[in-house]
Design a protein around this ligand. Structure first.
Ligand code: G2I
Length: 332
């Protein structure tokens, strides 16, 4: 009798533990990457090579994220500052760190009008610029062939406002409309295993700019131009999360491309910031082809918009209410 009571008492805590964990089967995730993985997504951050020496930065990055986007290190001014001279030191630093941690890498970005060296902007001939662009893509995407999950092949090629026009960049002016598809073709040749994305901002909701991008993607799919995904940067503030973000992601997904939140940050603080983050994450989770979410930095203190404290960790790497909100949506 005494012996069986002992057995019963010993079993009670085990049963209690089973009851607590049984209904949802698995326990709630305690990191962003685990929460996202359980939902079949990756959760990334923009990573700056020159912060990889800071231990709290690295600890937070490695613990929470399973995808890295080099914040500046793969841009044209960093990789081909002079014509035909390729420099990969900082890009390699980010790629090697990420791959050493088992993180996916999102390449950013092959063709963009900003952070573009003067020697490129000064090319006057369309045929010369086209061959320079192809050579740049062939070298940069070729160097990381097989190591990049997604490339932002062309970034921010559409104008703001209601025109739906292409942005008047040097590529658009000299080469004309064809430069975007030529960039995608060159990227496919350089790295056939990378998924190729078009990336832009102010395209998160349905508006003239996102519709112009939509029409381009539809045309590319119809004509067999190699495009696999569309990135929605989602640089937002608490008042500016579009109410139709889910519908917008879904209409792109319906074209047969994956959709990614690529540079998420939301200016604000406290509950309103937490709620805004939750709305974006929920919208992505509601779209099955929305399979990657990236925040544009690890900590507020190094954000490009630091004064707006737009990220999930504060300057001391403490989890903000926005972090808890994102994690709880991922766990929901
Ligand atoms: O502007 C926010 C993002 C919009 N979408 C494309 C992204 O590539 C872009 O990222 C930002 C980086 O977060 C900034 O870090 O792009 C900026 C440049 O357009 C980056 O800022 C630059 C500064 O302007 C330079 O002065 C500085 O040398 O960062 C450079 C490296 O720290």
């Amino acid at each position: 009798m005494r012996k069986s009571l002992g057995v019963v008492l010993a079993v009670v805590p085990v049963l209690a533990a089973l009851v607590v964990t049984a209904p949802g089967a698995s326990a709630a995730a305690t990191t962003l990457k685990a929460g996202a993985s359980a939902k079949g997504r990756v959760f990334g951050a923009a990573v700056a090579a020159n912060r990889l020496g800071e231990s709290a930065y690295v600890t937070t990055l490695n613990r929470e994220f399973n995808q890295a986007t080099p914040e500046n290190e793969m841009k044209w001014d960093a990789t081909e500052p002079n014509r035909g001279q390729f420099t990969y030191g900082n890009a390699d630093r980010v790629v090697n760190h990420a791959r050493g941690q088992g993180m996916a890498v999102r390449g950013h970005t092959l063709v963009w009008h900003s952070q573009l060296p003067g020697w490129v902007s000064n090319i006057g001939s369309g045929s010369e610029l086209l061959s320079v662009m192809r050579n740049h893509i062939s070298n940069v995407a070729g160097r990381y062939r097989g190591q990049i999950a997604y490339w932002d092949v062309v970034n921010e090629a559409f104008a703001d406002g209601t025109s739906g026009a292409r942005r008047s960049t040097v590529f658009q002016q000299r080469i004309g409309n064809g430069y975007i598809e030529e960039a995608f073709r060159a990227a496919r040749t350089a790295d056939p295993s990378a998924k190729l994305c078009y990336n832009d901002y102010n395209t998160d909701g349905q508006n003239a700019k996102s519709t112009a991008v939509y029409n381009m993607v539809r045309d590319f799919k119809a004509r067999g131009v190699p495009i696999d995904c569309v990135g929605f940067q989602a640089h937002l503030s608490t008042g500016s999360v579009p109410g139709d973000i889910q519908a917008n992601l879904q209409r792109f997904a319906n074209l047969g491309v994956d959709v990614h939140i690529t540079e998420l940050d939301i200016g604000g603080s406290g509950t309103s910031q937490a709620d805004a983050y939750a709305r974006v994450i929920r919208a992505c989770l509601a779209v099955s082809r929305c399979n990657a979410i990236t925040v544009w930095g690890v900590t507020d203190k190094y954000s490009w918009r630091a004064s707006q404290t737009p990220l999930l960790f504060d300057g001391n790497y403490n989890k903000k209410p926005a972090y808890n909100s994102v994690l709880s949506v991922l766990n929901s």
